[in-house]
Design a protein around this ligand. Structure first.
Ligand code: PAF
Length: 233
């Protein structure tokens, strides 16, 4: 596996006649990332993983400074999963002085309302990565459901020539979705967070019974106060 930091170097590395898969990430790899790497490995000639903690998708007061960073361990895991190229640019490489062009996707739902500017940062960095890597396929996790929907809309609206693959959420043995940010949780917080998968399950069962899934999910939250509970297609 080769690690590259410059856009020029990455472009020189890639052969446009081959089927390229891109997995955009912010690092701190867990089994959810590895499932994306393996899926890309199975259907692409060349697998590129980007590792970039994208500052523009963090709001004021969010965790940009303490977001888990572990490039050495990540590189080892990516190599073991068969990744060909790890693209780990600096902030200045992707946002040079004077940067001022943004992608604003409409309809970002309750999550967009709770995190103003988050999806503008996500869409902008993903479009940049798609332009830099020119992948045939790009891989994301269903855990970030609204992100996947926003990117699907951007690909459609801007006529981008790539396919989106959205893979199932990977959960730990207790049922909590794996997330790099789970590293912040104490054991007690982890145990409390288990109300989230239970609430989702309660919502699903309520829907199957014909009752209100949002109310059922809220009732199963066991004192947790999420930013929103929303039913979307
Ligand atoms: O899902 C993530 O890790 C990030 O939002 C992404 C897609 C890599 C963009 O920075």
């Amino acid at each position: 596996m080769k690690t590259v930091r410059a856009i020029r170097e990455l472009r020189a590395e890639l052969d446009p006649s081959r089927r390229v898969g891109l997995v955009p990430t912010m690092g701190a790899f867990h089994a959810g990332h590895l499932s994306l790497f393996r899926a890309a490995r199975a259907e692409c000639d060349v697998v590129v993983v980007s590792l970039f903690v994208n500052p523009t998708q963090f709001g004021a007061g969010e965790d940009l400074d303490r977001y888990p960073r572990s490039e050495e361990g990540d590189a080892r895991l990516a190599e073991e999963a068969g990744v060909d190229v790890l693209f780990a640019p600096t902030v200045a490489e992707l946002y040079p002085d004077g940067f001022g062009t943004w992608v604003d996707v409409e309809e970002t739902g309750a999550e967009g309302a709770a995190r103003p500017e988050h999806f503008r940062g996500v869409a902008t960095i993903c479009l940049k990565l798609f332009n830099i890597v020119r992948p045939d396929l790009a891989y994301f996790g269903q855990k970030d459901a609204r992100q996947a929907a926003v990117l699907r809309r951007m690909i459609r609206d801007l006529d981008l020539e790539l396919e989106l693959r959205v893979l199932p959420t990977v959960r730990d043995a207790d049922g909590l979705a794996l997330s790099s940010r789970n590293a912040y949780l104490s054991q007690e917080e982890h145990d409390r967070a288990l109300a989230l998968p239970r609430a989702l399950e309660a919502g699903r069962s309520a829907h199957l019974r014909g009752s209100d899934p949002v109310e059922a999910a809220k009732a199963a939250l066991n004192g947790l106060e999420p930013d929103y509970v929303e039913l979307v297609d």
